[in-house]
Design a protein around this ligand. Structure first.
Ligand code: CU
Length: 123
């Protein structure tokens, strides 16, 4: 294979990669119009959410996923949906459920009554 042929093939490969990236990029773009919660981790230190109250915004029917990572043992309460889960000191607990009810809901450390996240489900 000549040097020129090699460059031509390399150029073709680059074009294919760029075209593929554009196609993937534009088709993925439509997904951005819907709000997704993504993987949300709420770090709790000294019974407070690190970085303030975390926002979880989803559309009704979308999945809600979040993890609470706490340095103290806590009971996590998702208001509205009324889910309760315990997290051990230095441990994590994950929640995963469909957003069936629209509205704004407090997620808190049940015992001290400290809000750690705000779940907003748009209709
Ligand atoms: Cu509560």
């Amino acid at each position: 294979m000549s040097r020129n042929q090699r460059f031509a093939l390399l150029g073709l490969a680059v074009v294919v990669v760029v075209v593929a990236a554009v196609i993937i990029g534009t088709s993925g773009g439509s997904d951005n119009s819907t709000t997704t919660s993504g993987p949300v981790t709420i770090d709790v230190k000294d019974q407070k959410p690190v970085g303030g109250i975390q926002k979880i915004d989803v559309k009704k029917g979308d999945p809600v996923h979040f993890t609470v990572d706490s340095d103290s043992a806590q009971e996590i309460h998702v208001h509205g949906y009324d889910f309760h889960k315990d997290v051990p000191a230095g441990g994590k607990v994950s929640f995963s459920f469909p957003a069936k009810i629209d509205g704004s809901f407090v997620i808190e450390l049940e015992d001290p009554g400290v809000q750690i996240a705000a779940l907003n489900v748009s209709p």
